[in-house]
Design a protein around this ligand. Sequence first.
Ligand code: FMN
Length: 349
Amino acid sequence: MDLYPLFRSMAFKQDPEKAHENTLRLAKMLPFTSKIFGQENWDQKTYELDVAGLKWSFPIGLAAGLDKDAVGLRFFEGLGFGAIEVGTVTPKAQPGNDKPRLFRYPEESSLRNRMGFNNHGSEFLKKNIIAHPISKILGANLGKNKITAAADAPSDYQMLYKDLAPVVDYLVINVSSPNTPGLRDLQNEEMLSEILQAVGEERAKCPKPLFLKIAPDLASSDIASIVKVCVDNQLSGIVATNTTKIESLGDGGVSGQLLRQRSREVRSWVLKETKGLSDFEVIGVGGVDSYEDLREFWKLGGKVMQIYTSFIYKGPNLLQEIKNQIDDEMEQQGVQDLKSLTERLHQSH
Ligand SMILES: Cc1cc2nc3c(=O)[nH]c(=O)nc-3n(C[C@H](O)[C@H](O)[C@H](O)COP(=O)(O)O)c2cc1C
Protein backbone atom coordinates (compact mmCIF):
# COMPACT_ATOMS: atom_id res chain seq x y z
CA MET A 1 0.00 0.00 0.00
CA ASP A 2 1.30 3.48 -0.85
CA LEU A 3 1.25 5.56 2.32
CA TYR A 4 2.69 8.62 0.65
CA PRO A 5 -0.60 10.33 -0.36
CA LEU A 6 -1.59 10.37 3.31
CA PHE A 7 1.82 11.63 4.38
CA ARG A 8 1.70 14.30 1.67
CA SER A 9 -1.75 15.56 2.58
CA MET A 10 -0.49 16.17 6.13
CA ALA A 11 2.80 17.71 5.00
CA PHE A 12 1.07 20.03 2.50
CA LYS A 13 -0.99 21.53 5.33
CA GLN A 14 2.28 22.96 6.69
CA ASP A 15 4.41 25.78 5.36
CA PRO A 16 6.63 24.22 2.61
CA GLU A 17 9.95 24.83 4.36
CA LYS A 18 8.58 23.68 7.74
CA ALA A 19 7.29 20.49 6.12
CA HIS A 20 10.70 19.96 4.57
CA GLU A 21 12.50 20.44 7.89
CA ASN A 22 10.10 18.14 9.73
CA THR A 23 10.53 15.42 7.11
CA LEU A 24 14.31 15.67 7.29
CA ARG A 25 14.13 15.47 11.08
CA LEU A 26 12.12 12.26 10.77
CA ALA A 27 14.56 10.91 8.16
CA LYS A 28 17.45 11.63 10.50
CA MET A 29 15.90 10.18 13.67
CA LEU A 30 14.09 7.20 12.15
CA PRO A 31 15.95 6.19 8.96
CA PHE A 32 14.30 2.75 8.89
CA THR A 33 10.91 4.43 8.27
CA SER A 34 11.92 4.45 4.60
CA LYS A 35 10.74 0.83 4.68
CA ILE A 36 7.14 1.74 5.46
CA PHE A 37 6.88 3.24 2.01
CA GLY A 38 6.95 -0.35 0.83
CA GLN A 39 9.85 -0.61 -1.60
CA GLU A 40 10.66 -4.11 -2.80
CA ASN A 41 14.22 -5.34 -2.50
CA TRP A 42 15.61 -5.03 -6.02
CA ASP A 43 18.27 -7.15 -7.57
CA GLN A 44 20.64 -4.27 -7.98
CA LYS A 45 22.83 -5.90 -10.64
CA THR A 46 19.92 -5.92 -13.09
CA TYR A 47 19.50 -2.13 -12.95
CA GLU A 48 23.14 -1.14 -12.60
CA LEU A 49 24.61 1.50 -14.93
CA ASP A 50 28.20 2.71 -15.07
CA VAL A 51 28.57 6.49 -14.87
CA ALA A 52 32.14 7.77 -15.00
CA GLY A 53 33.33 4.53 -13.44
CA LEU A 54 30.69 4.60 -10.67
CA LYS A 55 28.02 1.95 -10.50
CA TRP A 56 24.57 3.48 -9.96
CA SER A 57 22.34 0.68 -8.65
CA PHE A 58 19.25 2.36 -10.17
CA PRO A 59 18.98 4.97 -12.97
CA ILE A 60 17.32 7.59 -10.73
CA GLY A 61 19.27 9.59 -8.16
CA LEU A 62 18.23 12.16 -5.58
CA ALA A 63 19.00 15.68 -6.86
CA ALA A 64 20.97 18.26 -4.89
CA GLY A 65 19.26 20.62 -2.46
CA LEU A 66 16.90 18.19 -0.79
CA ASP A 67 19.34 16.90 1.82
CA LYS A 68 21.84 19.76 1.75
CA ASP A 69 23.64 18.80 4.97
CA ALA A 70 23.49 14.99 4.59
CA VAL A 71 21.31 14.47 7.64
CA GLY A 72 19.07 11.75 6.15
CA LEU A 73 21.48 9.62 4.12
CA ARG A 74 20.36 6.28 5.52
CA PHE A 75 16.70 7.14 4.96
CA PHE A 76 17.21 8.10 1.31
CA GLU A 77 19.42 5.10 0.73
CA GLY A 78 16.57 2.86 1.90
CA LEU A 79 14.14 4.32 -0.66
CA GLY A 80 15.93 2.83 -3.64
CA PHE A 81 17.70 5.81 -5.20
CA GLY A 82 20.73 4.80 -7.28
CA ALA A 83 22.74 7.76 -6.01
CA ILE A 84 22.33 10.60 -3.56
CA GLU A 85 23.69 14.10 -4.15
CA VAL A 86 24.10 16.23 -1.03
CA GLY A 87 24.68 20.01 -0.88
CA THR A 88 24.88 22.56 -2.19
CA VAL A 89 27.53 23.02 0.44
CA THR A 90 29.56 26.21 0.80
CA PRO A 91 32.90 26.49 2.62
CA LYS A 92 31.36 28.30 5.59
CA ALA A 93 27.87 27.86 7.02
CA GLN A 94 25.39 30.49 5.81
CA PRO A 95 21.71 31.16 6.58
CA GLY A 96 20.43 31.65 3.02
CA ASN A 97 17.85 34.22 1.93
CA ASP A 98 14.98 35.65 3.97
CA LYS A 99 11.86 33.52 4.45
CA PRO A 100 9.44 32.69 2.94
CA ARG A 101 11.65 31.20 0.25
CA LEU A 102 9.97 27.99 -0.87
CA PHE A 103 6.61 27.97 -2.68
CA ARG A 104 4.34 25.20 -3.99
CA TYR A 105 2.36 25.18 -7.25
CA PRO A 106 0.34 21.97 -6.81
CA GLU A 107 -1.76 22.45 -9.96
CA GLU A 108 1.42 22.46 -12.00
CA SER A 109 3.29 19.91 -9.84
CA SER A 110 6.00 22.54 -9.49
CA LEU A 111 8.00 24.41 -6.84
CA ARG A 112 9.73 27.78 -6.74
CA ASN A 113 12.60 28.41 -4.36
CA ARG A 114 14.95 31.21 -3.50
CA MET A 115 16.73 29.39 -0.68
CA GLY A 116 20.18 30.87 -1.40
CA PHE A 117 22.42 27.94 -0.39
CA ASN A 118 21.32 27.74 3.25
CA ASN A 119 23.63 25.10 4.73
CA HIS A 120 25.85 24.31 7.70
CA GLY A 121 29.14 24.44 5.82
CA SER A 122 31.60 21.83 4.62
CA GLU A 123 32.94 20.74 8.00
CA PHE A 124 29.44 19.81 9.22
CA LEU A 125 28.65 18.01 5.97
CA LYS A 126 31.85 16.03 6.11
CA LYS A 127 31.17 14.93 9.70
CA ASN A 128 27.70 13.69 8.75
CA ILE A 129 29.01 11.77 5.77
CA ILE A 130 31.68 10.06 7.84
CA ALA A 131 29.23 9.27 10.65
CA HIS A 132 26.64 7.67 8.32
CA PRO A 133 28.39 5.71 5.57
CA ILE A 134 26.07 4.39 2.87
CA SER A 135 26.46 1.76 0.17
CA LYS A 136 24.94 3.92 -2.60
CA ILE A 137 26.87 6.36 -4.77
CA LEU A 138 27.28 9.65 -2.93
CA GLY A 139 27.86 12.99 -4.65
CA ALA A 140 28.60 16.42 -3.19
CA ASN A 141 27.36 19.58 -4.88
CA LEU A 142 29.70 22.54 -4.30
CA GLY A 143 28.87 26.26 -4.23
CA LYS A 144 30.58 29.48 -3.26
CA ASN A 145 29.63 31.49 -0.18
CA LYS A 146 27.42 34.51 -0.83
CA ILE A 147 30.03 36.86 0.64
CA THR A 148 32.81 35.48 -1.56
CA ALA A 149 33.55 37.88 -4.42
CA ALA A 150 33.31 36.42 -7.93
CA ALA A 151 37.08 36.84 -8.36
CA ASP A 152 37.66 34.59 -5.32
CA ALA A 153 35.16 31.93 -6.37
CA PRO A 154 37.88 29.56 -7.69
CA SER A 155 39.41 29.28 -4.23
CA ASP A 156 36.01 28.46 -2.62
CA TYR A 157 35.49 25.60 -5.09
CA GLN A 158 39.09 24.45 -4.73
CA MET A 159 38.83 24.38 -0.94
CA LEU A 160 35.58 22.41 -1.07
CA TYR A 161 36.99 19.86 -3.49
CA LYS A 162 40.04 19.33 -1.30
CA ASP A 163 37.93 18.92 1.81
CA LEU A 164 35.20 16.65 0.44
CA ALA A 165 36.71 14.58 -2.39
CA PRO A 166 38.17 12.02 0.05
CA VAL A 167 34.72 11.21 1.51
CA VAL A 168 32.40 11.18 -1.55
CA ASP A 169 32.21 9.30 -4.86
CA TYR A 170 31.71 12.29 -7.18
CA LEU A 171 31.56 16.07 -7.01
CA VAL A 172 29.54 18.70 -8.84
CA ILE A 173 30.50 22.33 -9.38
CA ASN A 174 27.37 24.37 -9.14
CA VAL A 175 27.46 27.68 -11.01
CA SER A 176 23.80 27.59 -11.96
CA SER A 177 21.66 28.46 -8.94
CA PRO A 178 19.62 31.61 -9.63
CA ASN A 179 19.61 32.46 -5.92
CA THR A 180 23.18 33.59 -5.26
CA PRO A 181 23.76 36.99 -6.89
CA GLY A 182 26.20 36.74 -9.81
CA LEU A 183 26.63 32.95 -9.55
CA ARG A 184 25.33 32.20 -13.02
CA ASP A 185 27.84 34.66 -14.49
CA LEU A 186 30.50 32.13 -13.49
CA GLN A 187 29.23 30.02 -16.40
CA ASN A 188 31.12 32.32 -18.81
CA GLU A 189 34.12 30.71 -20.45
CA GLU A 190 36.81 32.72 -18.69
CA MET A 191 35.53 32.35 -15.11
CA LEU A 192 34.64 28.74 -15.65
CA SER A 193 38.14 27.95 -16.89
CA GLU A 194 39.63 29.61 -13.82
CA ILE A 195 37.39 27.61 -11.49
CA LEU A 196 38.04 24.32 -13.25
CA GLN A 197 41.79 24.89 -13.30
CA ALA A 198 41.85 25.68 -9.57
CA VAL A 199 39.78 22.59 -8.77
CA GLY A 200 41.92 20.57 -11.20
CA GLU A 201 45.00 21.18 -9.06
CA GLU A 202 43.34 19.41 -6.12
CA ARG A 203 41.78 16.79 -8.38
CA ALA A 204 45.22 15.72 -9.52
CA LYS A 205 46.00 14.81 -5.89
CA CYS A 206 42.68 13.05 -5.21
CA PRO A 207 41.07 12.05 -8.55
CA LYS A 208 37.29 11.73 -8.42
CA PRO A 209 34.62 12.09 -11.12
CA LEU A 210 33.76 15.78 -11.45
CA PHE A 211 30.69 17.32 -13.08
CA LEU A 212 29.42 20.81 -13.84
CA LYS A 213 25.76 21.66 -13.14
CA ILE A 214 24.32 24.11 -15.63
CA ALA A 215 21.29 26.39 -15.80
CA PRO A 216 18.43 25.73 -18.23
CA ASP A 217 18.40 29.42 -19.17
CA LEU A 218 21.31 29.16 -21.61
CA ALA A 219 21.37 29.58 -25.38
CA SER A 220 22.48 26.63 -27.50
CA SER A 221 25.60 28.61 -28.43
CA ASP A 222 26.55 28.87 -24.72
CA ILE A 223 26.33 25.10 -24.42
CA ALA A 224 29.02 24.56 -27.05
CA SER A 225 31.50 26.79 -25.23
CA ILE A 226 30.68 25.27 -21.82
CA VAL A 227 31.17 21.75 -23.16
CA LYS A 228 34.51 22.79 -24.64
CA VAL A 229 35.77 24.18 -21.30
CA CYS A 230 34.58 21.00 -19.52
CA VAL A 231 36.32 18.73 -22.01
CA ASP A 232 39.52 20.83 -21.93
CA ASN A 233 39.56 20.38 -18.15
CA GLN A 234 38.86 16.62 -18.27
CA LEU A 235 35.50 16.87 -16.52
CA SER A 236 33.47 13.67 -16.28
CA GLY A 237 30.31 15.34 -17.50
CA ILE A 238 27.49 17.84 -17.08
CA VAL A 239 24.43 17.81 -14.82
CA ALA A 240 21.58 19.39 -16.80
CA THR A 241 19.72 21.27 -15.42
CA ASN A 242 19.18 23.47 -12.40
CA THR A 243 15.95 25.47 -11.87
CA THR A 244 14.65 28.10 -14.30
CA LYS A 245 13.64 31.71 -13.85
CA ILE A 246 10.00 32.54 -14.62
CA GLU A 247 9.65 36.28 -14.03
CA SER A 248 5.85 36.24 -13.86
CA LEU A 249 5.93 33.92 -10.84
CA GLY A 250 8.46 35.96 -8.87
CA ASP A 251 12.13 35.61 -8.03
CA GLY A 252 13.96 32.35 -7.43
CA GLY A 253 14.13 29.17 -9.47
CA VAL A 254 11.22 27.06 -10.70
CA SER A 255 11.37 23.26 -10.76
CA GLY A 256 9.02 20.44 -11.70
CA GLN A 257 6.58 20.39 -14.62
CA LEU A 258 6.96 24.12 -15.34
CA LEU A 259 10.66 23.46 -15.96
CA ARG A 260 10.30 20.21 -17.86
CA GLN A 261 10.18 21.45 -21.47
CA ARG A 262 13.07 23.87 -21.07
CA SER A 263 15.22 21.33 -19.28
CA ARG A 264 14.53 18.63 -21.88
CA GLU A 265 15.58 20.98 -24.63
CA VAL A 266 18.86 21.90 -22.92
CA ARG A 267 19.55 18.24 -22.14
CA SER A 268 19.08 17.33 -25.77
CA TRP A 269 21.48 20.10 -26.86
CA VAL A 270 24.09 18.90 -24.39
CA LEU A 271 23.69 15.28 -25.51
CA LYS A 272 24.02 16.34 -29.13
CA GLU A 273 27.07 18.46 -28.40
CA THR A 274 28.78 15.65 -26.49
CA LYS A 275 27.88 12.82 -28.85
CA GLY A 276 30.97 10.85 -29.73
CA LEU A 277 32.84 11.86 -26.57
CA SER A 278 33.12 8.40 -25.06
CA ASP A 279 34.08 9.44 -21.52
CA PHE A 280 31.63 12.28 -21.06
CA GLU A 281 28.35 11.71 -19.20
CA VAL A 282 25.21 13.81 -18.97
CA ILE A 283 23.21 13.45 -15.75
CA GLY A 284 19.67 14.56 -16.56
CA VAL A 285 17.55 16.51 -14.09
CA GLY A 286 14.63 18.92 -14.36
CA GLY A 287 10.95 18.04 -14.52
CA VAL A 288 11.61 14.29 -14.63
CA ASP A 289 8.52 12.53 -13.31
CA SER A 290 7.99 9.33 -15.28
CA TYR A 291 9.54 6.37 -17.02
CA GLU A 292 8.84 8.17 -20.32
CA ASP A 293 11.36 10.88 -19.39
CA LEU A 294 14.03 8.25 -18.79
CA ARG A 295 13.18 6.40 -21.98
CA GLU A 296 13.48 9.56 -24.05
CA PHE A 297 16.82 10.35 -22.36
CA TRP A 298 18.17 6.85 -23.08
CA LYS A 299 17.17 7.16 -26.74
CA LEU A 300 19.26 10.31 -26.98
CA GLY A 301 22.26 8.56 -25.41
CA GLY A 302 21.90 9.55 -21.71
CA LYS A 303 22.03 7.07 -18.83
CA VAL A 304 20.98 8.35 -15.40
CA MET A 305 18.66 11.07 -14.16
CA GLN A 306 17.84 12.76 -10.86
CA ILE A 307 14.59 13.95 -9.31
CA TYR A 308 13.57 16.47 -6.68
CA THR A 309 10.14 18.03 -7.30
CA SER A 310 8.39 14.89 -8.58
CA PHE A 311 9.63 13.13 -5.45
CA ILE A 312 7.84 15.77 -3.35
CA TYR A 313 4.61 15.39 -5.33
CA LYS A 314 4.61 11.65 -6.03
CA GLY A 315 6.74 10.21 -3.23
CA PRO A 316 9.00 7.16 -3.11
CA ASN A 317 6.49 5.03 -5.01
CA LEU A 318 7.61 6.80 -8.18
CA LEU A 319 10.83 4.77 -8.01
CA GLN A 320 8.87 1.53 -7.76
CA GLU A 321 6.61 2.60 -10.63
CA ILE A 322 9.62 3.31 -12.83
CA LYS A 323 11.22 0.02 -11.84
CA ASN A 324 8.05 -1.87 -12.85
CA GLN A 325 7.98 -0.13 -16.23
CA ILE A 326 11.65 -0.94 -16.78
CA ASP A 327 10.83 -4.60 -16.05
CA ASP A 328 7.98 -4.56 -18.57
CA GLU A 329 10.12 -3.05 -21.27
CA MET A 330 13.04 -5.42 -20.61
CA GLU A 331 10.64 -8.31 -21.06
CA GLN A 332 9.19 -6.87 -24.28
CA GLN A 333 12.64 -6.28 -25.73
CA GLY A 334 13.94 -9.64 -24.51
CA VAL A 335 16.91 -8.24 -22.59
CA GLN A 336 18.15 -9.25 -19.15
CA ASP A 337 19.56 -6.03 -17.77
CA LEU A 338 19.17 -2.28 -17.94
CA LYS A 339 22.52 -1.68 -19.61
CA SER A 340 21.39 -3.75 -22.60
CA LEU A 341 18.02 -1.98 -22.66
CA THR A 342 19.52 1.53 -22.70
CA GLU A 343 21.95 0.53 -25.45
CA ARG A 344 19.19 -0.99 -27.53
CA LEU A 345 16.96 2.08 -27.20
CA HIS A 346 19.87 4.36 -28.13
CA GLN A 347 20.81 2.31 -31.17
CA SER A 348 17.23 2.11 -32.43
CA HIS A 349 16.82 5.89 -32.26
C1 FMN B 1 13.88 23.67 -2.72
C2 FMN B 1 14.94 23.37 -3.72
C3 FMN B 1 16.27 23.55 -3.36
C4 FMN B 1 17.29 23.28 -4.28
N1 FMN B 1 18.58 23.44 -3.90
C5 FMN B 1 19.57 23.12 -4.78
C6 FMN B 1 20.92 23.22 -4.38
O1 FMN B 1 21.25 23.57 -3.26
N2 FMN B 1 21.88 22.91 -5.32
C7 FMN B 1 21.56 22.49 -6.58
O2 FMN B 1 22.46 22.21 -7.38
N3 FMN B 1 20.28 22.37 -6.96
C8 FMN B 1 19.29 22.67 -6.10
N4 FMN B 1 17.99 22.54 -6.48
C9 FMN B 1 17.71 22.13 -7.89
C10 FMN B 1 17.48 20.64 -8.04
O3 FMN B 1 18.62 19.90 -7.70
C11 FMN B 1 17.11 20.33 -9.51
O4 FMN B 1 18.19 20.64 -10.35
C12 FMN B 1 15.90 21.11 -9.98
O5 FMN B 1 14.94 21.23 -8.95
C13 FMN B 1 15.24 20.48 -11.18
O6 FMN B 1 14.80 19.16 -10.91
P1 FMN B 1 13.27 18.83 -10.51
O7 FMN B 1 12.40 19.44 -11.55
O8 FMN B 1 13.24 17.33 -10.47
O9 FMN B 1 13.04 19.43 -9.19
C14 FMN B 1 16.96 22.81 -5.59
C15 FMN B 1 15.62 22.61 -5.93
C16 FMN B 1 14.61 22.87 -5.02
C17 FMN B 1 13.18 22.65 -5.43
